[in-house]
Ligand binder design. Structure first.
Ligand code: NAI
Length: 680
């Protein structure tokens, strides 16, 4: 007989003697594994083992949100010592080994996300049956600075071979049910209505369980592992560095050394995770995860549903904003004064949908939602109207004046301006409170962050609805106050300007970019300027220097005049071939001290501008600022954002470095007054 008095599990045996274990984590909407769930599962498995009448056990989720999202990250980070982390990992391994050792068939019945520890639990079952549609499977632990230590790095390579397994483990990417079946770690993919039937079928008519073929066995062999490990490291090195992101390299090293058999590998993994848990990369990546969760939560509870969106301006930004809104389910009308530009925008949208949806009928359905509208007929029905026309105050004012007349009274009027203060644009409106900034970044489809800009007169209701709108687009809304450059461009600009200064002093683009990438930026400032477009950089630089002082670099002006605009013209600071910069190898090597100065000069300027933004209340707090810079610019995620990074340097060192830089390079390095508020 099975008992059924658990906090998180429902345990029932049916007439066919199948035990159904339903996980429904107490007081949570999502299942994530923690010590109490593991303890209970261990107890249940002991009972299952003893109940000789049972024919099979099925593990499923009682939550509509999905199967299991992974381990409870919050609780994992709360563990104080590496010893506590070691114990938790070991315990999880032992419970999952117990599950794997059951003599009766065990089935993971997966509907929705099955990630991290959730997939490791499923891999310990004999079969995995997955809903065909919304389900996603993966091991995203490396994104949090750790790696799968509850058997994921043992069972998955055994089952599907080391190459395919590491393809998931080292990237953290998730796959659909069908892809997982094709890779060989899912047994059956069925529509939701057949899940229970399929589970019963597997329970009562057990098939031969999947196990690795000869290639999988070979890939994990002692003689082959060093060769493959080299390949894995080579692939990792193309994207990341071991000193910045140690976890995937550690996973490879332990797999190479210990293989996939015996308890030794489990102990080694538990040791690895115990030390990674203490590492600043893991702590900062977990922090980033929570920052992202915070942004995802903004606008979540506001009742605002934009069914109809009207976008004006079908250029670089408008075209992509319209396409994204249609892709996310809204009916969109797209207006431009030039019909040919709308036609080009629709072609671009078609390409995006093809890439994303890979299904002709789905692409057609989204295309049907994106309607060309030269006359602006969609204005009267739109819930949100987004303006993305030229960056010119008077033109924008005229447009909003006419929009105010034609739009529904409750419709949001939004501008995508990157530099014009909202209160300048809305000064011509009868109801200036209706205007909000919804500032997307280029390329729209890739950039997660959207600044939602509040002018002095923007009403709270409109602002909150705008946050909700951005939330519904599956982007990360960042609330900012209307001030020149808002947050992201303002903080980024000094980084770009300092690189121009360094160029003027004779440093090479390659040297400057390499220093920034060494620090952990996704792209050096010189290449970034080329990518954004030197014309765009120049106009932002002009706008920001007009407000905050400083000089627009002469070289930038000259290059724009010469139409050397960067990637889009094939030449900027670099010459481009197939969109890639041709880098020359510098014929000198900078000393470590020189490199350090380069990094300090670029990064400290960003830190100082971040401080000024906080002091002026451009964003509400340091966490939001960090989130904005990480998700809007890729600011070294493993360092946790500019403010957190400054904090980790410590007040004294920070102020000393500012002083040193100011005495050497001028007053632009004078430490902002905000830093005095830091705790020593
Ligand atoms: P763009 O020059 O590519 O497109 C502007 C489009 O607006 C053109 O197709 C033009 O024909 C159309 N247009 C101009 N006046 C119009 C009117 N009265 N009625 C209908 N259509 C009109 O410009 P882009 O780069 O897309 O920028 C648009 C806005 O987005 C600007 O405010 C810019 O500051 C902002 N922005 C630009 C970013 C970028 O990276 N390009 C990034 C974020 C914001």
């Amino acid at each position: 007989m099975l008992t059924n008095n658990y906090q998180n599990w429902q345990v029932n045996a049916d007439a066919d003697q199948i035990a159904w274990l339903t996980l429904s984590k107490k007081d949570e909407s999502v299942n994530s594994l923690d010590a109490s769930i593991l303890n209970e599962l261990e107890q249940i498995l002991i009972e299952v083992d003893q109940a000789k009448e049972l024919k099979a056990v099925v593990i499923q989720s009682g939550k509509t949100s999905g199967f299991i999202a992974g381990a409870d990250i919050e609780k994992f980070t709360q563990l104080k010592t590496s010893d506590e982390a070691f114990k938790l990992i070991r315990h999880g391994q032992q419970v999952f080994n117990k599950l794997a050792a059951l003599t009766i068939p065990s089935i993971a019945l997966i509907d929705g996300f099955c990630l991290g520890g959730g997939l490791e639990l499923a891999l310990a079952c004999r079969y995995r049956i997955v809903e065909d549609g919304r389900s996603k499977l993966g091991l995203p632990e490396v994104m949090l600075g750790i790696y799968p230590g509850w058997g994921g790095c043992v069972r998955l390579p055994k089952l599907i071979g080391a190459v395919a397994a590491m393809g998931l483990i080292l990237t953290g990417r998730t796959v659909s049910a069908k892809a997982a079946k094709a890779m060989g770690f899912v047994d059956a993919v069925v529509p939701r209505r057949y899940l229970v039937k399929a589970a019963k079928d597997y329970a009562l008519n057990p098939r031969k369980p999947k196990h690795g073929n000869w290639l999988s066995v070979l890939s994990n062999h002692t003689a082959v592992r060093p060769l493959l490990a080299k390949l894995f490291r080579y692939q990792l090195n193309k994207k990341i560095r071991a000193d910045h992101y140690p976890a995937p390299y550690t996973a490879v090293a332990t797999w190479e050394k210990e293989g996939v058999d015996g308890d030794k590998v489990y102990v080694a993994e538990a040791n690895d995770l115990a030390s990674l848990h203490q590492d600043s990369t893991a702590q900062n990546l977990v922090r980033d995860f929570f920052l992202q969760t915070r942004l995802k939560g903004l606008g979540k509870d506001t009742q605002f549903n934009a069914k109809q969106v009207h976008v004006i301006g079908a250029g670089v930004m408008g075209a992509n904003i319209a396409a994204w809104c249609a892709y996310k389910g809204a009916r969109v009308t797209l207006q431009d004064k030039d019909p040919q530009i709308i036609a080009k925008a629709l072609q671009g949208a078609f390409k995006l949908f093809q890439q994303k949806l890979k299904d002709r009928l789905k692409v057609q359905a989204v295309m049907d939602r994106l309607v060309p509208d030269v006359e602006g007929n969609g204005i009267a029905d739109a819930d949100v109207i987004i303006e993305a026309i030229f960056e010119n105050l008077e033109v924008k004012q005229n447009l909003f004046q006419s929009l105010e007349e034609k739009a529904k009274p409750e419709a949001i009027l939004a501008t995508n301006t990157s530099s014009i203060p909202l209160d300048d644009i809305n000064s011509v409106l009868k109801n200036p409170g209706r205007l909000v900034g919804i500032h997307f970044f280029n390329p729209v489809a890739k950039m997660m962050l959207v600044e939602v800009v509040k002018g002095d007169k923007t009403s709270d209701a409109v602002f909150n609805n705008a946050l909700a709108f951005v939330h519904d687009l599956d982007k990360l809304p960042l609330p900012v106050k209307s001030s020149p450059g808002f947050l992201v461009n303002r903080v980024l600009m000094p980084y770009l300007m300092e690189s121009m200064e360094l160029l003027k002093e004779g440093y090479l683009p390659e040297e400057i970019d390499a220093a920034a990438v060494d620090f952990g930026m996704p792209m050096g400032p010189v290449q970034l300027a080329d990518t954004v477009g030197l014309d765009v950089c120049l106009s932002v630089a002009r706008n920001l220097t007009a407000h905050y002082g400083g000089e627009v670099p002469q070289r930038l002006i000259e290059m724009v005049t010469a139409k050397q605009l960067g990637v889009k013209t094939g030449e900027g600071f670099y010459v481009y071939k197939n969109g890639k910069p041709i880098r020359k190898k510098p014929n000198r090597t900078l000393s470590a001290a020189q490199k350090e100065t380069l990094i300090d000069r670029m990064i400290y300027r960003m830190l100082n501008e971040s401080a000024a933004c906080l002091r002026e209340g451009v964003v509400q707090d340091g966490d939001l600022l960090d989130a904005g810079m990480i998700f809007g610019t890729g600011f070294a995620p493993f360092r946790g954002g500019p403010i957190h990074y400054a904090d980790s340097i410590g007040k004294e060192t920070l102020l000393n470095t500012f002083q040193k830089l100011a005495s050497q390079f001028g007053p632009r390095f004078k430490a902002d007054a905000y830093w005095n508020t830091l705790k020593p």
